[in-house]
Design a protein around this ligand. Structure first.
Ligand SMILES: *Cc1c(COP(=O)(O)O)cnc(C)c1O
Length: 381
């Protein structure tokens, strides 16, 4: 395998920003701040703890939270598991009904299914044709025994945004708790839990130019959740395990930069988005699944007519892109997100997610369009 020439898979993961990588180096080696942040008996431990708390403040500041509301996890997957399972188990006496949607990330879907197997009940909301959950459908799904609603901020395959304000108000008026998977949101759309009616929020570093393997769950003060990982009682008992100082410092800096560079990143992504959409419009037989309004600028999901999905992917080997389809031993399953918004199976199989980032250049867009044009012409001939 040769390295992909054009990386357009930033919604899968982003490269670590060099400013973040450089900083992380200071928290690993003997001459750095490598000690256990839980070590209370020496200066080295205190310095590591200071670094961890600095990262916590940066992550909290980026989303408008209090540092005491941030629980470190290994990523958004673990944060989703902790939010859903931790909350439902801790509030069994109040109710056992959870509301979520059929196009959530697998980290939420599979956790909700595991809760079903545990005896909880789940209502799976269907999205509209753009991938949005209508606030009214949330309203209609609420029952007297509903304790939790979990919906994503930005859909990872489409880029479509949910109306967190409208949905959160409905959930709160009902007396239930609202969890939001915001893994794709940081740096792409404004997030402020001071104003949003959101009680828990899952975050990931590696979708925002931080390292893989670190994330956080925002848990609003006073909210009780049961831990999934037991041990030394770190993170006020909510998540035990020695904290990875270098990862935390990396996530803190990445989130700080997401805030600091927000306007520049956003403008850049909008330029790339417009350029790519313009180029796509000039190609025949393309259909953009991602809505123009109410979506983030870094994700464009496109369907191609008159070609076979697998052949198209094969012909686009110079592009690092994602199909959202899952390969099971014998067959390929289309993306459940695309079929979930009503895209026919065959069209879903011939659809590709292009996702841009801070380090994508306009030239990358032009090169990708040229590759696409060439592949489509060849395959349709
Ligand atoms: C990437 C992603 C996750 C998983 O995050 P990790 O940090 O990789 O565990 C969860 N939800 C959404 C929406 C994502 O895009």
């Amino acid at each position: 395998m040769t390295a992909p020439l054009i990386y357009l898979d930033n919604a899968a993961t982003t490269p670590v920003d060099p400013r973040v990588a450089r900083l992380m180096m200071d928290f690993l080696t003997e001459d750095g701040t490598f000690a256990n942040p839980a070590s209370r008996s020496h200066m080295a431990g205190w310095l590591a703890e200071q670094a961890v708390e600095g990262g916590r403040r940066q992550v909290a500041d980026t989303i408008g939270a209090d540092p005491r509301e941030i629980v470190w996890t290994s990523g958004a997957t673990e944060a989703d598991n902790l939010a859903l399972t931790g909350y439902m188990r801790a509030h069994r006496d109040k109710g056992h009904h959870l509301v979520t949607s059929s196009i959530e990330h697998k980290a939420v879907i599979d956790t909700a299914m595991a809760l079903e197997a545990e005896g909880f009940e789940v209502t799976w909301l269907a999205p509209d044709h753009e991938g949005r959950i209508a606030p009214e459908s949330v309203q209609n799904a609420l029952r007297s025994d509903t304790t939790l609603v979990s919906l994503m901020s930005v859909n990872n395959e489409l880029g479509t945004e949910n109306d967190l304000m409208a949905i959160g108000r409905i959930v709160h008026a009902h007396g239930a708790v609202f969890h939001v998977d915001a893994a794709q949101a940081v740096g792409k759309t404004p997030i402020d839990v001071q104003h949003l009616p959101v009680d828990m929020m899952s975050l990931s570093a590696h979708k925002a130019y931080g390292p893989k393997g670190i994330g956080a769950l925002f848990v609003r003060r006073g909210l009780q959740i049961e831990p999934l990982i037991h041990g030394g009682g770190h993170e006020r008992g909510m998540r035990s395990g020695t904290l990875p100082t270098h990862q935390i410092v990396g996530m803190g800096e990445a989130f700080r930069l997401a805030g600091e560079d927000y306007a520049r990143d956003h403008d850049h992504l909008h330029i790339l988005n417009a350029r790519f959409r313009e180029g796509l419009a000039a190609l025949t037989g393309t259909h953009v699944h991602s809505p123009l309004m109410g979506s983030v600028p870094n994700i464009i999901n496109v369907g191609f007519k008159g070609v076979e999905g697998e052949s198209l992917i094969m012909a686009l080997r110079k592009l690092a892109i994602s199909t959202g389809s899952a390969c099971n031993s014998a067959s390929v399953d289309p993306s459940y997100v695309l079929t979930g918004i009503g895209v026919p199976r065959e069209d879903a199989l011939a659809s590709i997610r292009f996702s841009f980032g801070r380090f994508t250049r306009e030239q990358d867009i032009d090169d990708a369009l040229a590759e696409l044009s060439h592949a489509l012409t060849t395959l349709r001939a």
